[in-house]
Design a protein around this ligand. Structure first.
Ligand code: PEP
Ligand code: MG
Length: 316
C-alpha cells in the first residue's frame, strides 16, 4: 500500500522544509516519453537522442527527426520541461556514419559535441529538426550538448542553438575541465547538467565500460563530489540551474547529498523517482547540507555512504 501511495504521488520534488528540487525522467525514445503522459514527473531532464541514430547506416533525415522529437514534446506537453541532448556519439555509443576513424582512445576522442569538428551537419540538422518540433507542438525544448570541455565550446553551441531559432541552451558537465571552469561555462549558457557517469570516468581515469574498475567509477568518490560542489556553487552564483542526469541521481542517499551540494534538479530512470521523492521529503535542506559535508569529508566512497547513512532520519 505504501508503494502504491508513492507511485501515485503527484507533488513536485522537494525537501521536508519546502526547498524545491525538480524530479525529472531520463528517456531515450518517443515510447519512453509517451509512458510519462499521466505520470507524476515534472519533465524530462535527459532525452538521449542517440537512440534514434544507433544501428543505422545514415543519420535520420530532418523530417524523421522532427517527427520523433515532436512525439516526445507532445507527450510531455507545453508545461513540463524537456531537456534534449544533442547526439552523443562516439566511445561507448559508436555510430557508423559519425565515427569514421578508428581511434586509439575513443573515450578521449572525437565524441559528443566534438563531432561538430568533422560532421557539423549532424548538429545543425538536429537543431533544425528540434526547432521545427518545438514550433509544431507549441513548446520550447531546452537543448544541451554532451562532452563539453571549454567555455568556447559552450558559446559555439549556444550560438548554434540560437541560430536554429531555439531559445534555451545548456551543456553537460561531464569533463572535469568544464566543472573546474563552471562559472565561465555558465557565462555562455542558460543551464548545465552534470553527467556523473562520465564525470566519474574522466575524474578517476577509469573506463566506464570496465567492470573491474567499478570501485573507482563511483560518484561517491570525494574527488567527483568536489567537482559537483564546484559546479553547483558556480550555478548558485550565476542564478542558473544545475541538474544531475547521471545514474547517481537515482540513488536516494546520493540524491540527498546532491541536494545538499546545491543541485537544483535530479533526472533519472522513471522507476527510481518514487524512492528519491520519498527520501527528499523526509529531510530538510539543512540535513542534506550536513550529509553533503560528510560525503565530502569522507576518505572514500564506503566511508561517505556510511557517514551519510548515519545522518538519515531513522524513519526514512
Ligand atoms: C553521464 O555521462 O552521466 C550521462 C548522463 O550521459 P551518458 O550516460 O549518456 O553518457
Ligand atoms: Mg555522458
Amino acid at each position: 500500500a505504501a508503494e502504491r501511495a508513492l507511485e501515485s504521488d503527484t507533488e513536485p520534488g522537494g525537501t521536508a522544509d519546502g526547498h524545491r528540487v525538480q524530479l525529472l525522467a531520463n528517456i531515450g525514445t518517443a515510447e519512453d516519453a509517451e509512458k510519462l503522459v499521466g505520470a507524476a514527473v515534472e519533465g524530462v531532464g535527459l532525452f538521449r537522442t542517440e537512440v534514434l541514430f544507433l544501428g543505422r547506416q545514415q543519420a535520420p533525415t530532418v523530417d524523421e527527426q522532427a517527427a520523433a522529437y515532436a512525439r516526445v514534446l507532445r507527450a510531455l506537453g507545453p508545461d513540463r520541461k524537456v531537456v534534449v541532448r544533442t547526439l552523443d556519439a562516439g566511445a561507448d555509443k559508436p555510430l557508423a556514419f559519425a565515427n569514421l576513424h578508428a581511434e586509439e582512445n575513443p573515450a578521449l576522442g572525437v565524441r559528443g559535441y566534438r563531432l561538430v569538428r568533422s560532421a557539423p551537419a549532424l548538429l545543425t540538422d538536429q537543431l533544425t529538426a528540434l526547432a521545427r518540433a518545438g514550433e509544431e507542438t507549441g513548446t520550447q525544448p531546452w537543448v544541451m550538448a554532451p562532452m563539453i570541455a571549454t567555455p568556447a565550446e559552450s558559446r559555439a553551441f549556444a550560438d548554434a542553438v540560437h541560430a536554429a531559432g531555439l531559445r534555451t541552451a545548456g551543456v553537460m558537465v561531464e569533463v572535469p575541465a568544464a566543472a573546474l571552469r563552471a562559472g565561465h561555462v555558465l557565462d555562455e549558457v542558460d543551464f548545465v547538467s552534470l553527467g556523473t557517469n562520465d564525470l566519474a570516468q574522466y575524474t578517476m581515469a577509469a573506463d566506464r565500460l570496465l567492470g573491474e574498475l567499478v570501485d573507482l567509477l563511483d560518484a561517491w568518490q570525494p574527488a567527483v563530489l568536489e567537482l559537483v560542489a564546484a559546479t553547483a556553487r558556480a550555478g548558485a552564483a550565476a542564478g542558473k540551474p544545475v541538474g544531475v542526469c547521471g545514474e547517481s541521481a537515482s540513488d536516494p542517499l546520493m540524491a540527498l547529498v546532491l541536494t545538499g551540494l546545491g543541485v537544483t534538479s535530479l533526472s533519472m530512470s522513471p522507476a527510481a523517482l518514487p524512492a528519491v521523492r520519498f527520501a527528499l521529503r523526509r529531510h530538510t535542506l539543512e540535513a542534506c547540507r550536513a550529509m553533503a559535508e560528510a560525503a565530502l569529508a569522507a576518505a572514500d566512497p564506503a566511508a561517505g555512504r556510511a557517514a551519510v547513512a548515519g545522518l538519515l532520519d531513522p524513519e526514512a
